[in-house]
Design a protein around this ligand. Structure first.
Ligand code: ADP
Length: 259
């Protein structure tokens, strides 16, 4: 048999059965990107799609905390079979490195891990693979976008100008890489207090919309601040499954319908 050892061949073998590969990216860290990845993924799965999550947030992998997924235990030939949680296949950097070691990874090792993630996982047939990107626009994001055939990117931001500045850079990176940006998810958009039912715009109002308009992109979602989002996430429960009636879950389910 013919040897298949070039990167594109290996990527094809690992990812050839995936219909859409969606990058979930942000300019800044801590804006709710991983929370968005999880809830968009489970939202899509709930609507009947076959979904996987690749947690490539190499310096802060969070999928093993945000879901109750275990570590991989099976292989198929040369490929690792991704473990599942709630019907979603998940691979995280956190499955392969101790948290403390991950922060010490050097550039070439990081690139190596990213390459392995894109060539050595048996994703099988999927409708969507969501890749949780590390925040920012550095080498890892470039490597990911160059090796993986990304269908489109969702960019996540809070409404504040400091986050918007960096999300504009992320949009421009995807433009340069010719990866279509599917739209903007704004998180921590507002807070509704139980007493008065009023929307409080804690981090200012309308920033996500403004960036979307500037770049001619659709606004995919505006996700409110809700204590349940943080609590369920810390407990390994995807919000759209555990608290589907919360306002944030409804906003995420609606957003998933637009991906
Ligand atoms: P990132 O992936 O951008 O670093 P995370 O998704 O890890 O961000 O979110 C950062 C923190 O904010 C986490 O503790 C998360 O639970 C919390 N968080 C995210 N979105 C919300 C929200 N809509 N309401 C309340 N807390 C949120």
């Amino acid at each position: 048999p013919k040897r298949r050892d070039t990167i594109p061949d290996l990527v094809k073998e690992a990812l050839g059965g995936v219909k859409s590969i969606i990058a979930v990216a942000s300019g800044k860290g801590g804006v709710g990107k991983s929370t968005s990845t999880v809830n968009l993924a489970y939202g899509l799965a709930q609507a009947g799609s076959k979904v996987g999550i690749l947690d490539a947030d190499i310096y802060g992998p969070s999928m093993m905390q945000m879901t109750k997924v275990g570590k991989p235990e099976e292989t198929r030939g040369q490929l690792i079979v991704p473990p599942q949680f709630g019907g979603v296949k998940i691979i995280s950097v956190g499955m392969f490195t101790e948290a403390k070691q991950a922060q010490m990874l050097r550039g070439p090792m990081v690139a190596q891990i990213i390459r392995q993630f894109l060539t050595q996982i048996d994703w099988g047939e999927l409708d969507y693979l969501l890749i949780d990107y590390p925040p920012g626009t550095g080498d890892i994001q470039l490597t990911l976008s160059q090796i993986a055939p990304i269908t489109g990117a969702v960019v996540v931001t809070t409404p504040q100008e400091v986050a918007l500045i960096d999300v504009r850079k992320a949009i421009s990176m995807f433009d340069t890489l010719k990866v279509p940006v599917l739209g903007v998810v704004e998180t921590m958009s507002y807070f509704i207090c139980d007493g008065c039912e009023k929307k409080h715009y804690i981090f200012r109002e309308g920033g996500g919309r403004r960036v979307a308009k500037e770049h001619g992109l659709p606004m995919i979602g505006e996700i409110p601040i809700e204590p349940k989002v943080a609590a369920d996430s810390d407990d390994g429960k995807p919000l759209v499954i555990s608290s589907p009636d919360s306002i944030a879950a409804k906003a995420y389910l609606d957003a998933a319908g637009q991906v």
